[in-house]
Design a binder for this molecule. Structure first.
Ligand code: FES
Length: 375
């Protein structure tokens, strides 16, 4: 007998023999078209061949300008694609973006502070980042990137920003810690006539021109640039604070600097009982303390246990694990995970966290007891 042309054919095992069984073609349905099977990353791949700014999932930006503002600092101006414009409705002065570049076939990510204000972005559609020439990505941006290059960026994030209410403000900064502070100062000056003071330590002060222009335009802005050198380093202490900003107790204080200055200011503010009036952000990746006492850390889901010294991210990497990370300095939240049990110390704020089942950032927390992480 001739089998129907469209019949389905299945095989059944009978003892050692295989035998074909024909089933009726009356139930045959062609497979439904499933557009979600077209993977978005494949669409992105195809679109990028036509125009690297066209994507459905990734937010991309085009390099519009690269300008040296000091020997080792550049300003990079970026225009954004349609998707980013939708996601990037606005940002807050003081926030940063994560930027991804591919160097020699390897993707690298780094956080950069936005140095223009949200108001300026709304007017121009341009994002401006401050790039200090240090590290692989920054050197690439300063030396190799060209106008017209397309880079992947993530919408702004970060919690270092002005308080909702306008208050008298004191800003303390050093080196490239000035980058998030420049737009914060500008916004503070534009939103009220309350006094704003900046204490800025630098051997090669970036944004000097912008800051001096603001000081000339706003009489309430007290600009203090302290140019020091390796031979004559300057230190921040109570005497400096009382000389430059005697009413610091009445101000909201914002600090962005390397760990030494962050610690010095934190100790002074703690000693005066003003800690709740200070906001801090570090701009350097947190280093592993080689001399720290090792603690046993368990990554529960990976079923891995290792000895950790210093921050948990670097310790996990040293143990061969690959937790997700971005900035490595506690600002982007990429490495946030749940601490199931144990105590950790935040290396930026000095805070000890001994609660169970709380979110911590691996890159800025060090174990000070046995710790279990849900990762
Ligand atoms: S890597 Fe950015 S917060 Fe930890």
């Amino acid at each position: 007998m001739k089998a129907p042309a469209a019949a389905n054919c299945t095989w059944q095992a009978k003892g050692n023999d295989m035998q074909a069984t024909l089933t009726s073609s009356t139930n045959y349905q062609p497979a439904a078209y499933k557009p979600h099977w077209v993977r978005e990353d494949f669409v992105d791949f195809v679109l990028a061949k036509i125009n690297p700014l066209w994507t459905v999932t990734r937010t991309m930006a085009r390099v519009e300008n690269i300008e040296y503002i000091e020997d080792d600092m550049v300003k990079v101006t970026l225009s954004t694609n349609h998707l980013l414009n939708r996601r990037f409705k606005t940002f807050k002065a003081g926030q940063f973006i994560m930027l991804t570049v591919t160097i020699a076939g390897v993707r690298h990510q780094r956080a950069y502070s936005l140095v223009n204000t949200p108001e300026n972005y709304a007017k121009t559609g341009r994002l401006v980042i401050g790039v200090k020439r240090q590290g692989r990505v920054s050197n690439y941006l300063a030396k190799q990137a060209k106008i017209g290059d397309v880079l992947e960026i993530a919408p702004a994030s970060g919690e270092f920003m002005l308080t909702e209410e306008a208050t008298p403000a004191l800003f303390i900064s050093a080196g490239s810690g000035i980058t998030p502070i420049v737009p914060m100062i500008q916004q503070a000056l534009e939103r009220s006539k309350l006094p704003v003071t900046l204490i800025y330590y630098s051997r090669d002060p970036a944004f000097r021109m912008e800051l001096e222009t603001l000081a000339a335009a706003y009489p309430q802005f007290d600009l203090n640039i302290i140019v020091d050198s390796a031979e004559k380093p300057a230190f921040f202490d109570v005497e400096t604070l009382e000389r430059i900003c005697p009413d610091a107790a009445t101000r909201e204080t914002y600090v962005c600097a390397a760990p030494g200055l962050m610690t010095a200011t934190r100790k002074i503010w703690e000693s005066f009982g003003w800690s709740d009036k200070m906001r801090q952000e570090s701009f350097l990746p947190i280093k592993v303390d080689e001399n720290a006492e090792a603690q046993l850390v368990n990554f529960r889901r990976s079923q891995r246990e290792f000895e950790a010294k210093g921050n948990l991210l670097a310790s996990a990497e040293a143990a061969g694990l690959t937790p997700t990370y971005g900035c490595r300095m506690g600002v982007c939240n990429a490495c946030v995970c749940t601490k199931v049990s144990g105590s950790v110390r935040n290396q930026v704020t000095g805070e000890i966290n001994d609660q169970n089942n709380v979110q911590i950032k691996l890159c800025v927390n060090a174990a000070i007891s046995e710790v279990v992480i849900d990762l």
